[in-house]
Design a protein around this ligand. Sequence first.
Ligand SMILES: [Zn+2]
Length: 92
Amino acid sequence: MSTARPDDEGRLISPELLDILRCPLNPSRARLLLENGRLRCERCALAFHIKDGFPILVVEEAELPAGCESLSQLPCQREEAERGSAAGHGPR
Ligand SMILES: [Zn+2]
């Protein structure tokens, strides 16, 4: 009988794998950091679970950071929205 602690799950993730994993919300930029047996996005702070050594990169199953009630409130999502509205300024 072995109870897997969160730390054990994280140890199964190799640095190489960690290096190529990206947050599904903004895959081009955000990297994931191993933290307490979870993968936390360094930008939006979503925490993805690790199950049997496999990262579950499903946004719907990830834990929202404290103070965030929905995915649209995440910093990286708001950033995208702002960038969209800020574009289109002509010269002068
Ligand atoms: Zn993210």
